[in-house]
Design a protein around this ligand. Structure first.
Ligand code: PLP
Ligand code: COI
Length: 344
């Protein structure tokens, strides 16, 4: 298949139009059969619940081209489950898992020429499913109608630096999510809540913030767009656990890989003081993959985790194994990958 005329090796992480997106509507108690469209806009009622009351959840996953040219997705079932946990929590209609997977396969097939070639420096096709309350309400109550859309965009690394260190600052003035709120699901409002923190950090020359738990302001939470982990000198993979962190499918996978490489994996409360104990650190997520953390600044202290611009050996090894599985270079012993069947 002829690829789209794009410089795949230099792609940013930003929206690049493709040929089709797919949309399903839930109305009168049933999901319709979905339709592929070239329309990139979405007409909706001005009183739709997603516009006023934030009834919206979304997902992010990637399609990777294997060395043999086949396309594969990574842990798509987990994205479907997480979106449905989110939908449930904010009283939205769930999308059946089979429908979620069918939607992704249909839209990927309609846009195959935009899947970055295997050797394009880690570029992949980003898949963005969104679920919206599109029924009309004025009082605060759940919508009776929903729209499920999946669009795709070929992307490069989330951080401009690629697999080069990112620099974080501990955020103490802004909370991304409340302890008993919706930080653990992928709702748009969490990103709105964090934007001023992220933009403030960027202005100061950092890549992103590292949030503290909102209840005690004592423990590390996560970054604005990825989970965080540290590696200690005695081979422990330490990653914050709290009710306001989004359970990252990448982190879950890296924990398994780390365990199988002989590291002790510790998902738990991580006091901010433990930043001093790490010899390496990373951010992990679908967009971020594993981005090595070069430093974390906390007040007047800067903790460094890379030698110059070079990531440490453990973070590098975890990255190679994870992306090797995702791109089909390393055999997937976990059953995490799934070939996108043609003709769906
Ligand atoms: N945390 C936040 C706030 C995110 O937006 C993401 C991205 O989805 C992640 C963590 C990483 O999650 P995953 O690995 O499932 O992409
Ligand atoms: C992802 O990694 O898929 C995300 O959703 C992060 C996003 C904020 C770009």
């Amino acid at each position: 298949m002829t690829k789209a005329n794009l410089n795949f090796a230099e792609l940013p992480f930003s929206f690049i139009p493709t040929d089709y997106n797919i949309r399903y509507t839930f109305k009168d108690g049933v999901w319709d059969k979905g339709v592929l469209t070239q329309d990139q806009t979405l007409p909706m009622h001005i009183s739709a619940t997603c516009l006023h009351y934030g009834q919206q959840v979304f997902e992010g996953l990637k399609v990777y081209e294997r060395p043999d040219g086949q396309a594969q997705v990574f842990r798509i079932d987990q994205n479907a489950k997480r979106m449905n946990r989110g939908a449930d929590k904010i009283l939205m209609q769930q999308v059946p898992e089979e429908l979620f997977i069918e939607a992704v396969f249909r839209v990927v097939n309609a846009n195959r020429k935009f899947i970055p070639p295997h050797d394009a420096g880690g570029a992949a096709m980003y898949v963005r499913p969104i679920l919206l309350g599109t029924g009309v309400q004025l009082g605060v109550s759940p919508s009776a109608e929903y729209t499920f859309i999946v669009f795709v965009s070929p992307v490069g690394p989330y951080y401009k630096s690629g697999f080069a260190p990112v620099h974080l600052i501990v955020e103490e003035e802004v909370d991304r999510a409340a302890a008993l709120g919706v930080g653990d699901i992928k709702v748009a409002g969490n990103y709105a809540a964090g934007m001023r923190a992220t933009m403030g950090a960027k202005k100061k020359g950092f890549s992103e913030v590292l949030y503290l738990d909102s209840r005690h302001k004592k423990y590390l939470d996560e970054s604005g767009s990825s989970n965080f982990f540290g590696v200690t000198g005695d081979n422990r993979y330490v990653t914050p656990s709290s009710p306001s962190i989004l359970p990252s499918i990448t982190n879950m996978s890296v924990q398994q890989i780390a365990k199988d490489k002989g590291l002790t994996v510790e998902p738990r409360l991580v006091p901010v003081e433990e930043l001093a104990d790490f010899v390496e650190a990373g951010c992990c997520g679908t967009a971020a993959v594993i981005s090595p953390v070069g430093s974390v600044t906390h007040r007047d202290k800067k903790f460094e985790y890379c030698k110059g611009d070079t990531a440490g050996p453990i973070v590098t090894d975890l990255y190679k194994t994870l992306s090797g599985i995702q791109f089909g270079v390393i055999e997937d012993p976990y059953g995490w990958t799934r070939i996108v069947p043609e003709g769906v």
